[in-house]
Design a binder for this molecule. Structure first.
Ligand SMILES: [Zn+2]
Ligand SMILES: [Zn+2]
Length: 887
């Protein structure tokens, strides 16, 4: 533990009178100015001593503390940045922002993109779902919090500040900004690693509370690296980053010394919940002791906490139950805050990825609301959270939030009814349930494990719910998909993309730089390689008078690789011909996709995000996030809007912009199609409609689209809709083909095209009527047959022959109605099936006891197993019976 090399023996520590010590409890190295201090300041080496005894002379609210921090660092040359959304649209490897450094990974931390300021100060809302089971219980855990940071990005060109200055700023903020006595502040050495990076770090404590972590990130994962942390090897990286994190909520708590963090950060929301629920009062002193006890061990365990409290409270168990409801209040306040941040980022609750995390928070909040009989809605509390954080988050989609909560409440109550049936079936077939069963019941049927456990208890089945149940469920869902890179086996040749200079260029000559296995790389090419959902160009190269066909074009690094139908050797110049008809169709569809996305967002709302896209020559598809079916009238409206924009002839601009300039202008929407890891972003903008970072080829003006027609909209997974459409000439062909077909049908029917719809509807109605009449006739016949059918097996059962599966169904209905038992012989092709249909509910008994046959079924229906002997036996018995009855 700790840093033995003395790398953190900083000049600041020495000059300011700090002393390096070894914690007498945990053995860590730490720095303090208090000669009497023997422990590192962290729990459980130290206790929480700030509750009801704050070391900060002034009490701060969230807003005041945030401003104090930001101003403190702005005054010291830090650039203030607005917070990013909690859903990191600028990266593809994580679902939620967990810490402020996420805002700069990987584009800035890897050194590719220049930081938006240096050094910077900000307060970044973050969501961590892993602690969800501890929220409310420990007094200190939150699912969402603001991370304050003052970060510096050092590189070869720019040296901003490093360990000494960072620690000096931190100490300065605590002692001058907050006026905390310097003797109470301790810095504990602890190497840090995470997300492929590592470095020295200092954890900062005041009165037992960890208020900040200062990370000095200067290493990256490298199997050949010289340093080792927790079994992983690291080497120095080009960037040296001061990455600090101060818990805003913790600083506020420290300044107020309330029993729990919740009471310090949203007192009004807690008050509101209590006013509108069963929770009126609680034992504050006991709550304080619970909070203090819960920091004395890790991980949290209720039994352990109770055993500690028993020393002071003999009835600790009972008192624990009494404060359970105030903890429900804290949970609801916490979850509605996280939901506010998620809705601000337009998360649609669903069963996958970040949508699932939102759904889980809603269901959790709903359940706790039931427990305390809450009389105000979840959305009202979300709005209250927003009002309190307006200055931080800016605008908020209130209507969207309301709608999402309404939809989820409806789905939740439907599920609860259905879930109980599923539980009953599970219990019946398995007897005892496993944790996996609990997860299925929770995930797919909305049943929380405590409800399941109590339902099971009423049947005398005991079920232990793991304390970290929700964290387990989240872990299953939280892994974001990481796009795999193609394996690059090609030399690092830079091919100049001529299609970017001129998207209408069809002929060019280039020098073959590499050739192997019918694959060539040129110094330049007009062939577009597959990318961004746009398929590759086709065409040919002229070589020795032959047309060598281009079968595929792919990009690897900077090299554009053409796969051919035969070989062209390296070292020669060749003329290339791009199939411009194909390219044009692809461009029409690509630009149309951008147009359609812009229009969808305009008509359906800002929650519409591109989920995926695939362009092709005749039609394309665009998958978007949306929460309800899109009706015909809306489809027409979308098509009309596209048509109007196309006829207005909006220009399409392509610009290469600096990363942060592009985001500043267009926002993170730019990255809907993917995140570029390049210093510049290629922005494709349709005037006033849509702007996307995109590497595709585009029309210069959308008037070249001609027309856009939506062919189909279908739901491909919960809250993802797939829109298939045609644009340009294929759209015209679609109209032509459909009209020809309709005309031909109309001619056949001797009707006008406009009359077909009504005519077909009439025919369908007639058809249904006729089918019903036929069925009624059939029933009459079968009824007569049944009445007149012979008795077999001593007169208890009738026998009937059915000629189709439909007949069997009818017999079954009749047998129930007439309360008769029937042995049915159904012909299926060349073979027969035999079954007992019992109107008296006796099928199984009749099959087994009377006929002596084996099979499967129940009281109403029993299918006799296809054993050859049984069939023969039955056939002979049937013919015997017939002769007995004389029919
Ligand atoms: Zn210690
Ligand atoms: Zn695009």
């Amino acid at each position: 533990m700790g840093n033995k090399t003395g790398e953190l023996d900083l000049k600041f520590f020495i000059d300011t009178g700090f002393e390096k010590k070894v914690c007498e409890k945990c053995g860590s190295y730490f720095w303090t100015t208090d000669p009497g201090r023997k422990t590192c300041g962290d729990t459980p080496c130290d206790e929480y001593t700030f509750i009801k005894n704050s070391p900060v002379p002034k009490e701060y609210g969230l807003g005041e503390m945030r401003s104090l921090f930001i101003h403190f660092f702005e005054e010291r040359g830090h650039k203030f940045l607005k917070p990013y959304p909690v859903v990191p649209r600028w990266r593809e490897d994580v679902l939620l922002v967990n810490a402020s450094i996420y805002d700069f990974q990987p584009h800035v931390t890897s050194g590719i993109v220049k930081p938006p300021g240096n050094p910077i100060v900000m307060s970044q809302p973050s969501i961590r779902m892993t602690d969800i089971d501890l929220v409310g219980i420990t007094g200190r855990h939150l699912t969402s919090f603001e991370m304050l940071c003052h970060d510096a990005f050092n590189s070869d060109h720019e040296n901003v500040y490093w360990e000494d200055e960072a620690v000096s700023y931190c100490y300065g903020f605590l002692t001058e900004g907050l006026n905390i006595d310097g003797k109470l502040v301790s810095f504990k050495e602890k190497p840090w690693s995470g997300g492929g990076n590592a470095g020295n770090a200092l954890e900062v404590f005041v009165d037992g509370l960890e208020v900040a972590t200062l990370v000095f990130m200067d290493m990256r994962e490298d199997p050949a690296g010289e340093a080792e942390i927790e079994g992983i090897r690291y080497s120095k990286m080009p960037m040296r980053i001061v990455d600090t994190g101060y818990g805003l909520e913790r600083l506020v708590w420290l300044s107020q010394g309330t029993p729990t963090v919740y009471q310090a950060i949203y007192p009004e929301i807690i008050k509101k919940i209590m006013e509108n629920s069963d929770v009126k009062d609680f034992d504050e002193n006991f709550l304080i002791d619970v909070v203090k006890a819960s920091v004395m061990f890790e991980p949290y365990d209720e039994k352990h906490a109770i055993s500690i409290l028993k020393a002071k409270y003999p009835d600790a168990e009972k008192k624990f139950d009494e404060i359970r409801k105030i903890r429900d209040v804290f949970v609801i306040a916490d979850h509605t805050r996280s939901l506010m941040h998620m809705f601000q980022a337009y998360v649609i609750p669903s069963n996958v990825k970040v949508g699932y995390l939102a759904r889980l928070l809603i269901r959790h909040a709903l359940r706790y609301s039931e427990d305390i009989n809450l009389k105000i809605g979840i959305n009202d509390l979300i709005m209250m959270n927003y009002e309190g954080l307006k200055d931080l988050v800016g605008s908020f989609p209130a209507e969207f939030s309301k709608k999402m909560i309404e939809i989820e409440i409806e789905k939740y109550s439907d599920l609860m009814v259905h879930g109980k049936d599923v539980l009953n079936r599970m219990v019946k077939s398995k007897g005892k349930l496993t944790v996996d069963d609990l997860i299925v019941l929770y995930d797919s049927h909305g049943m929380n494990p405590e409800t399941v456990a109590s339902l099971l208890e009423t049947r005398g089945i005991s079920m232990d719910v793991p304390a970290n149940f929700h964290a387990m469920v989240i872990e299953k869902h939280e892994k974001a998909e990481i796009r795999k890179n193609k394996v690059n086996i090609y030399p690092d040749i830079k091919t100049r993309p001529l299609y970017y200079d001129d998207s209408t260029m069809s002929e060019f000559t280039g020098l073959v730089m590499y050739s192997k296995n019918n694959e060539i790389i040129l110094d330049k090419t007009a062939f577009y390689p597959e990318g961004g959902g746009q398929p590759p160009d086709y065409g040919y190269f002229l070589y020795r008078g032959n047309k060598i066909q281009v079968l595929d074009v792919q990009k690897y690094g900077n090299a554009i690789v053409h796969r051919l139908d035969s070989d062209i050797p390296a070292g020669i110049r060749v003329a290339g011909h791009v199939d411009m008809d194909r390219r044009n169709r692809l461009m029409v569809h690509h630009t149309s996709t951008h147009l359609l996305l812009g229009v969808l967002r305009e008509i359906l709302g800002s929650h519409v995000w591109q989920n995926s896209v695939q362009k092709d020559v005749n039609e394309s598809r665009l998958d978007i996030t949306h929460y309800s079916r899109i009706d015909d009238e809306t489809v027409r409206k979308i098509e009309r809007r596209c048509f109007d924009l196309i006829t207005q002839g909006r220009d399409v601009h392509v610009r290469n912009m600096d990363w942060y300039e592009a985001i500043g202008t267009y926002g993170f929407r730019l990255f809907e199609g993917g995140v570029p890891l390049t210093p510049k972003v290629r922005v494709v903008e349709i005037d006033g409609v849509d702007a996307e970072g995109c590497g595709g080829t585009h029309l210069k003006n959308i008037s070249s689209i001609g027309i856009l027609k939506i062919k189909k909209i279908e739901s491909v997974q919960e809250n993802i809709y797939r829109i298939t459409f045609s644009a340009g000439r294929p759209a015209l062909e679609l109209f032509q083909d459909s009209y020809s077909e309709i005309s031909a049908i109309a001619d056949n029917l001797k009707k006008k095209p406009g009359e077909i719809k009504d005519y077909v509807q009439d025919m369908q109605a007639e058809n249904i009527k006729m089918r019903k009449e036929i069925e009624a006739g059939k029933i009459m016949l079968l009824e007569r047959d049944l009445e007149e059918s012979p008795y077999v097996y001593g007169g208890e059962i009738r026998m009937i022959r059915a000629s189709s599966a439909g007949d069997v169904k009818l017999v079954s209905r009749l047998a129930n109605r007439m309360k008769v038992d029937v042995l049915v012989e159904a012909k299926e092709g060349d073979s027969y099936r035999y079954m007992i249909i019992s109107g008296k509910g006796d099928a199984e008994r009749i099959a087994k006891d009377v006929i002596g046959a084996e099979g499967t079924g129940n009281g109403r229906y029993y299918e006799i197993k296809g054993d050859k002997n049984i069939h023969e036996k039955l056939i002979s018995f049937i013919s015997d019976s017939k002769s007995v009855n004389g029919k």
